[in-house]
Design a protein around this ligand. Structure first.
Ligand SMILES: Nc1ncnc2c1ncn2[C@@H]1O[C@H](COP(=O)(O)OP(=O)(O)OP(=O)(O)O)[C@@H](O)[C@H]1O
Ligand SMILES: [Mg+2]
Length: 297
C-alpha cells in the first residue's frame, strides 16, 4: 500500500494549550480516513497544519513521500470552512472564478457540477441554494483541480438527514474513483458509515488508529463463570485479553475464535462453565470506552 500522507510527532501549542500532541499517522492511497474526536480534540488544527494554513510547533509530515511544497498543494483539494462564494452569481459563474484563481481548466467545471448533482441548478444564484447544495458546491470547487486527495472538515455539519445522506453518498462516489479522502468528524456513526480507516483524537492525543473493519470484527467478548476459568483461559491461545469483573471472567477473543471454541477448551481442561455469554461490542461502545480510559490515564 502506497503511503499518501505520513505524519511524525506533530505538535501544535497555543501558549500553554497543546492542541495537537506528538501525533503520528499514516494514510494510504485510496483510503477514506476519518479523524474522529470530540469538540476541541485538535482535528481542524491538524488539517490546517497539513494544508499549510497553520504553523506547526514541531514534528514532520510528508505528502506523497516528500516534504510539503506549494506545487504539491495543488494535488490536494480541501474544504476547511465553507468557502466564500458570490451570493448574486450563479454556481457556474462562481466556479469559473474559482478555476481562474486556482488556474484549473474550465472544462472541469461541468463534470464537477454533475458529480455533486448540481448540474440542473448550475445557473441559479448561489444565494438561492440550500445549505446542503452550498456544501456540495464547495466540494465541486475542490474537485475542479482534479485533486488526488480530498480533505473535508465536518462535511455534514448543520445538514438535515437528507442532506447528510447526500454528502455521504457523494464521498463514497469520490472514493470509488480512487481518490484518497481525509475527513474530520465528531460523529462516530459517520466515520463508521463512510470511512475505511480512522483514528481517534482526544485533547490532541492519538488514542487509536486502525481500520474500521478490524475494530468491528475483532471485538467479541465472552462472559464466563467457571471455577478456575481465569487461570485455565490464560493458557488458551484463543484469548486476546482477560479481565475480571464482578466474579465474571471477560474474555476478548482472537480473530476466528468463538464461544464454542472457548467452551470446548474449558471442557478439555475439565472445567465446566456455569455461565457463558457472547457480547459483540459496537464501535460506539468501544469508542466511548477509549475516551473513558484516556480520562483515567
Ligand atoms: N487560534 C487559536 N488560538 C488558541 N487556541 C486555539 C486556536 N485554534 C484552536 N485552538 C484550541 O486548540 C484546541 C483544538 O481545536 P480544534 O479546532 O483543532 O479542535 P476540533 O477537534 O476541530 O474541534 P471541533 O470538533 O469543535 O471542530 C482547542 O482547545 C481550541 O480551543
Ligand atoms: Mg474542527
Amino acid at each position: 500500500m502506497e503511503t499518501v500522507l505520513s505524519i511524525r510527532g506533530l505538535t501544535k501549542r497555543y501558549g500553554r494549550l497543546t492542541a495537537v500532541n506528538n501525533l503520528s499517522l499514516e494514510v494510504g492511497r485510496g483510503e477514506v480516513f476519518g479523524i474522529l474526536g470530540p469538540n476541541g480534540s485538535g482535528k481542524t488544527t491538524t488539517l490546517g497544519i497539513l494544508l499549510d494554513v497553520i504553523n506547526r510547533t514541531s514534528g514532520e509530515f510528508s505528502w506523497f513521500g516528500e516534504p510539503p511544497t506549494k506545487e504539491m498543494r495543488k494535488r490536494i483539494g480541501a474544504i476547511l470552512e465553507t468557502p466564500i462564494f458570490y451570493p448574486y452569481l450563479s454556481a457556474v459563474r462562481n466556479l469559473e472564478i474559482v478555476a481562474e484563481i486556482k488556474e484549473a481548466s474550465k472544462e472541469n467545471i461541468e463534470p464537477a457540477l454533475q458529480k455533486v448533482e448540481l448540474f440542473d441548478r448550475k445557473d441559479d444564484k448561489f444565494r438561492t441554494y440550500s445549505l446542503g447544495m452550498k456544501q456540495r458546491l464547495s466540494i465541486a470547487s475542490a474537485l475542479i483541480c482534479d485533486p488526488e486527495v480530498m480533505i473535508l472538515d465536518e462535511p455534514t455539519n448543520g445538514l438535515d438527514p437528507q442532506g447528510i445522506a447526500e454528502i455521504r453518498e457523494l464521498i463514497r462516489r469520490i472514493a470509488a474513483e480512487g481518490k484518497t479522502i481525509i475527513l474530520a468528524s465528531h460523529l462516530l456513526d459517520e466515520v463508521q458509515k463512510v470511512c475505511t480507516h480512522f483514528c481517534v483524537l482526544k485533547k490532541g492525543n492519538l488514542l487509536y488508529s486502525g481500520s474500521v473493519d478490524e475494530i468491528g470484527a475483532g471485538a467479541v467478548t465472552v462472559e464466563v463463570v467457571a471455577e478456575k476459568a481465569p487461570e485455565v483461559l490464560k493458557e488458551w491461545s484463543g484469548a486476546k485479553e482477560i479481565k475480571l469483573e464482578n466474579g465474571k471472567c471477560l474474555v476478548t477473543l482472537s480473530d476466528n475464535q468463538s464461544a464454542v471454541d472457548l467452551n470446548r477448551y474449558l471442557f478439555e481442561k475439565g472445567v465446566v462453565a456455569s455461565h457463558l455469554l457472547t457480547q459483540k461490542k459496537s464501535l460506539e461502545k468501544q469508542f466511548l470506552e477509549l475516551l473513558a480510559e484516556s480520562e483515567n490515564a
